[in-house]
Design a protein around this ligand. Structure first.
Ligand SMILES: Cc1cc2nc3c(=O)[nH]c(=O)nc-3n(C[C@H](O)[C@H](O)[C@H](O)COP(=O)(O)OP(=O)(O)OC[C@H]3O[C@@H](n4cnc5c(N)ncnc54)[C@H](O)[C@@H]3O)c2cc1C
Length: 330
């Protein structure tokens, strides 16, 4: 690997807060750094985000570098990449970590190319193998685990699968160094500009951050019945997901889709309702800690990955389950 004494983390933010995986990345970086007596440097890029620096030092960062400017309020591939590359060089990064989020999946391949580095994407564990990092990511729908040691002369990089790493607890007595990098348009400018941001709305808890997800499949039969999924999700404080069949039918928007061409989720509890368990769906959810499947076909493949299976009709089970849970909540 390249030299370096720093573990740099990209502290992704959303709506003025650190994303959960940004915190998880600091926890993973701290562990790696402690084994080598390296430093953890977290990078905050955006506008109005400098107050988050203390949160980062409390959970393990030794230093936070902040690049703030109104033009950075929204994510811009080119600018964010140039800034992170610049800071990684000045902080002597040996390793750079971020989240395997939509932003991370766009930023890190670009960063890896610009720094001539190897990238281990969407990993679920990381450690040292001598002077190289050794990361693991599930493949073939979780049937195989691939060990990856990124090659290349630049710093080694990895994106962490959200919720696969522990959320570090804050230590209020911890503090760290803070430094600011001035935004310089000639150095960090982007050819793209954000003209308008439109939020899809609807879902208060994002699928990738949710601890509980209730998902509906073609078994719900029509768009109107998706309200059964939403009702159960609301009682459980869960996010509502869907199979691609439901999204393709136009019953809910794409942002709800779980699976190979949708979101990869890793909640504590995943409730699959009327979902058959096609491999393309399983790859997006089978690392959930507990899976409950409700399907009227006892042979449905979803039962192979389910922790608990209920063979039955969702139109009978879901309303009863929702009522029962409502009663327990009151
Ligand atoms: C390249 C590619 C990418 C893909 N990406 C994705 C992806 O990201 N996510 C994804 O989900 N799929 C994806 N798919 C599609 C995938 O192959 C399946 O077609 C899809 O997951 C099926 O959705 P489903 O389980 O809702 O529907 P079905 O397979 O039709 O299953 C419906 C299930 O509901 C059950 N059921 C019916 N009525 C009831 C009832 N009243 N009570 C209880 N159970 C009932 C049935 O027994 C059945 O098991 C992809 C496919 C391809 C080719």
């Amino acid at each position: 690997m390249a030299g370096g004494t720093g573990i740099v983390t990209f502290a992704e933010t959303k709506d003025g807060r650190l994303t959960p995986v940004a915190r998880e990345a600091v926890g993973a970086a701290r562990k790696l750094a402690d084994e080598k007596s390296f430093k953890v440097i977290s990078v905050l890029i955006g506008d109005g985000i400098s107050s988050l620096a203390d949160n980062l030092t409390k959970i393990g960062a030794d230093k936070v570098v902040i690049c703030e400017n109104p033009v950075l309020a929204g994510y811009l591939d080119e600018s964010y990449c140039k800034i992170l590359a610049d800071i990684s060089k000045s902080e002597d990064a040996a390793v750079i970590l971020g989240g395997a989020t939509f932003i991370g999946k766009s930023l890190f391949p670009r960063l890896a190319t610009s720094l001539s580095s190897g990238l281990a994407a969407d990993i679920t564990s990381i450690g040292w193998d001598g002077d190289n990092i050794l990361a693991i990511r599930p493949a073939y729908g979780g049937k195989a685990l691939i060990q990856i040691s990124p090659a290349g002369p630049g710093p080694q990089m990895a994106t962490l699968r959200p919720k696969a790493f522990p959320d570090p607890s804050p230590d209020d007595s911890r503090s760290g160094e803070k430094s600011e990098l001035a935004y310089d348009e000639s150095k960090f400018g982007s050819r793209a500009k954000i003209l308008e941001s439109v939020s899809e709305g609807g879902q208060e808890i994002s699928l990738t951050d949710a601890d509980i997800i209730v998902s509906g499949g073609r078994g719900i039969k029509n768009a109107d019945n998706y309200k059964m999924i939403k009702e159960l999700a609301s009682v459980l404080g869960a996010a509502a997901g869907a199979s691609r069949a439901v999204v393709d039918a136009g019953w809910v928007s794409y942002s709800h889709q779980v699976g190979q061409t949708g979101k990869t989720v890793n909640p504590k509890l995943y409730v699959a309702c009327g979902i058959s368990g096609a491999i393309q769906h399983l790859v997006g959810m089978q690392s959930s800690k507990t899976i409950v499947a409700i399907n009227r076909d006892a042979e449905a493949p979803i039962f192979k990955v389910a922790t608990y299976g209920i063979v039955g009709d969702i139109f009978e089970i879901l309303p009863r389950l929702t009522e029962k849970l409502k009663g327990m909540a009151n």
